[in-house]
Write a protein that binds this ligand. Sequence first.
Ligand SMILES: Cc1ncc(COP(=O)(O)O)c(C=O)c1O
Length: 334
Amino acid sequence: MIDLRSDTVTRPTPAMRHIMANAPVGDDVLGDDPTVKRLEAVAAERAGKEAAIFTPSGSMANLIAITLLTRKGDEVLQEVGSHPFNYEAAGASAVAGVQIRPLQGERGILAVDTVGAAIRPPDDHFAPATLLTLEDTSNRGGGTVYPLERIDALAALAHERGLRVHLDGARVFNAVVASGIPLDRRARDADTVSFCFSKGLGAPVGSVLCGDRDAMVTARRIRKMLGGGMRQSGILAAAALHALEHHVDRLADDHARAQRLAEGLNALGLATDPCDTNLLYAHVPDAPAVAAALRDHDVHCLAVAPGTLRLVTHLDVDDAGIAATLVAFEAVLG
Ligand SMILES: Cc1ncc(COP(=O)(O)O)c(C=O)c1O
């Protein structure tokens, strides 16, 4: 089976499983897990922040950041395709008590003027905007890498107007590898940054949220409140450490394969969106029907809109998988 539905479908490699099985662990809620502590230190250093907390998911890392950086009744500015607005079960409003204001970007990337115009002056009628979140890479945008100068300009604007900035870096290492710009630079002006180990990095579970030391003390309490305190989570942190060490540079292979897939589909007459990293959106007349037909050829992808398929390359898809996918498309499209 060739599973292109998401980069979350990867299974731990034998080397990763070995590291997990042998990880020193303790009760992390009691502060005793040395592997989690090591992961948090490594993640904070990579992000250029003082501290980090390990979370069960990217959604929880985002929710903790939003709770941490806002008060109930505040407004959070986000690109319309952003993950919390679309796919986090309204956690920001239900739990953090904020209103998300979706803003139209281009392929997930916000323009400075759009954000500037959306920040309203103080007025009792308005929810005060106190947080801007950016998604790097943008999932619904098509794996788009945020241009660095845009991150810098948006963060400067936000800070000048009294907003804080959270960088949802679920796939930020794809952006790091595609741009050649390290994480601590990409996240330099963000108050908090989160990233996931369970996507292109190939670990089974886990994300981190990074920020100032004091902020992470509060973040840890919010994580507990949400039920995200984990016990011998060093088993998972070991997988995350292994992923950081061994699975970052190879993301370039996923990007090259996504490019090859795009070119192959274009050669078959299909239109595809521009593809910066590992997320490819392809356009077909009837996406659910094409996805179902591809399944009969053992190729799995998601119909994310009536005329759009999403195909994601990752650790468990090799060159032969890309070739077989193109053969399946050719068979299905006639
Ligand atoms: C951009 C982005 N942020 C956050 C998340 C949430 O991650 P998780 O599935 O671990 O909750 C995802 C998941 O796909 C994502 O694409």
